[in-house]
Design a protein around this ligand. Structure first.
Ligand code: SGN
Ligand code: CA
Length: 515
């Protein structure tokens, strides 16, 4: 027996003597970071036009960036429910934020991860109304949470106000759990759910002045007239509209003599600041507001002023987020965890940064149907660079179960991404995605719709309920989705193909709308 063989045999014998817990330790940890309303246009590894996000880009640089990453239902609670269950909204039951309560007694990925020997923890935004189930540790924001001195609900169901800026505190809690609260002999999955960058984009005070010198380019479709798109005409998410984007709440042009629709909400939010911090905050925005009121902007000038304010404040909130991504990565490195941990970064959906003249999300159009998805891969997972297969947020649950070596239950509707992370490109990978949005009537007035999007660049959408409107887009020729081809001459064949695919997906996913 040569030296090498005897060593290998010794190794194998040693391995078989290891207790189950130590064996389990060989499995990858998972740190799943999800933000709110962070869109790929505002992440420099996806789009360099607006901001630089060096720490987020680090995740992609040491791993992969998904270029065709989508959600199943572009809204917070539903998106979280899809992620936790690996199922479309009609199956997990949480179809919309308003009036929904997540049924925490159902099968969820965190519960299955626990059964597979993983410790599970979540900190930050939860937004599913019922309290978390399937987590060994949790500390969550009530509903949307607050940016300044936010309250958290602990496992005793006490709501406790904490000092500081929400993005920093959520990260502190995540690091504290990894460092002090978990059992270091077992693998873990930690969900870090940031409130950033949700409306109304309140910056960390140290970044108040950031981006003030920057003028953001106006998107090509900012002055879209929504011709041929009935549902796009009916929405209430226009930056130019003072009803949709509130001058006080959203753009922070507060005037004590002017009461807007959302002034009370705004004053509640900034009222959480200490008086010293409030003075700093007011000093900054008051001078902008006084100048703004003196200019009496109208029409295009007003719309573009609001766009700049929106972009700047969103970018400031993002800056704190990027810092905290850096802190999380640095902690993992310093704790010796980085090489054995899959780090996933995504958002609950994409967002409009002025495209079509909008903010918010909901539509199956690209900006809000897509969501950023990058992963830092542990040693052993070989994929690098861009991955262009179509993926969806129902895929995260089966992926994590696969990584844990657990069985993926047959009722899970997503696909494991593990083959893609290994660098494989399975020939039979899905060629289309299904989407269904339900929250109507509701804020922002986006009509109910479902649709199909295909890997070869076509999209068919049906808006329904108090409307019956179909839209068809060729993304290869019309990436901004301005030209609705539905019913146009020459599109009969492709419409038929997409309609068939849509019905096939509705059947496959067992969506009752199809019956
Ligand atoms: C709040 C916001 C909306 C936003 C929804 C859903 N209004 O209701 O603008 O679309 O959340 O967002 S606000 O006046 O309360 O800010 S989600 O990301 O949580 O789904
Ligand atoms: Ca969101």
């Amino acid at each position: 027996m040569n030296h090498k063989t005897s060593k290998a045999l010794q190794g194998a014998a040693l391995l078989s003597l290891l207790p189950a817990a130590a064996m389990a330790q060989q499995r990858y940890n998972i740190v799943y970071i999800m933000t709110d309303d962070h869109t790929a246009q505002m992440m420099s590894c996806y789009d360099k036009r607006y901001v630089s996000t060096p720490n987020l880009d680090r995740i992609a640089a040491d791993g992969v960036k998904f270029t065709q990453s989508y959600v199943a239902n572009s809204l917070s609670g539903p998106s979280r429910a899809c992620m936790l269950t690996g199922k479309h909204s009609h199956k997990n039951g949480f179809t919309h934020n308003e009036h929904g309560i997540f049924d925490g007694s159902q099968q969820t990925m965190p519960k299955l991860m626990q059964q597979a020997g993983y410790q599970t923890a979540i900190v930050g935004k939860w937004h599913l109304v019922s309290l978390p189930t399937g987590f060994d540790y949790w500390n969550i924001l009530p509903e949307q949470g607050d940016y300044y001195n936010p309250a958290f609900i602990n496992m005793q169901n006490d709501t406790i106000r904490e000092e500081g800026y929400v993005t920093n505190i959520v990260t502190d809690k995540a690091i504290d759990w990894m460092e002090n609260k978990r059992d270091k002999n077992r693998p873990f999955i930690l969900f870090i759910h940031q409130k950033a960058c949700h409306r109304c984009w309140l910056p960390e005070l140290k970044y108040l002045h950031e981006y003030e010198d920057k003028t953001f380019p106006i998107p090509e479709t900012f002055y879209d007239d929504y011709a041929g798109r009935q549902a796009a005409q009916a929405q209430e998410m226009r930056i130019a509209s003072n009803h949709d984007m509130d001058l006080t709440y959203d753009t922070k042009m507060y005037d004590a003599n002017v009461q807007t629709r959302l002034t009370p909400n705004y004053l509640n939010m900034i009222g959480r600041l200490s008086s010293a911090d409030r003075a700093k905050y007011d000093q900054f925005y008051d001078s902008l507001a006084i100048d703004f009121r003196s200019r009496h902007l109208q029409g295009k000038e007003l719309a573009e002023f609001k766009f700049q304010r929106y972009m700047r404040d969103y970018a400031k909130v993002l800056k704190s987020l990027d810092d905290n991504i850096g802190r999380t990565l640095d902690y993992l490195k310093q704790a010796g965890l980085l090489e054995n941990t899959l780090v996933v970064y995504t958002s609950d959906q994409g967002f409009y940064m002025g495209e079509h003249g909008w903010f918010d999300k909901r539509f199956m159009y690209q900006e809000s149907f897509s969501t950023p998805l990058v992963m830092r891969l542990p040693e052993g997972l070989k994929a690098r660079g861009d991955i262009s297969e179509m993926v969806q947020n129902i895929d995260y649950a089966p992926t994590f179960l696969d990584i844990a070596g657990a069985q993926i239950p047959s009722d899970i509707q997503g696909e494991s991404l593990l083959p893609l992370l290994r660098g494989e490109h399975p020939k039979n990978w899905r060629k289309s995605l299904y989407y269904h949005f339900y929250e109507y009537p509701a804020e922002h007035s986006v009509k109910r719709h479902y649709g199909v999007s295909t890997a070869d660049g076509w999209k068919l959408i049906h808006f329904y309920r108090d409307i019956d409107a179909w839209e068809l887009y060729n993304l290869n020729e019309d990436p901004h989705e301005l030209n609705n081809l539905y019913g146009k001459k020459g599109t009969e064949k492709v419409t038929k193909r997409l309609m068939k695919e849509l019905r096939r997906l509705q059947k496959q996913y067992d969506d009752p709308i199809a019956q």
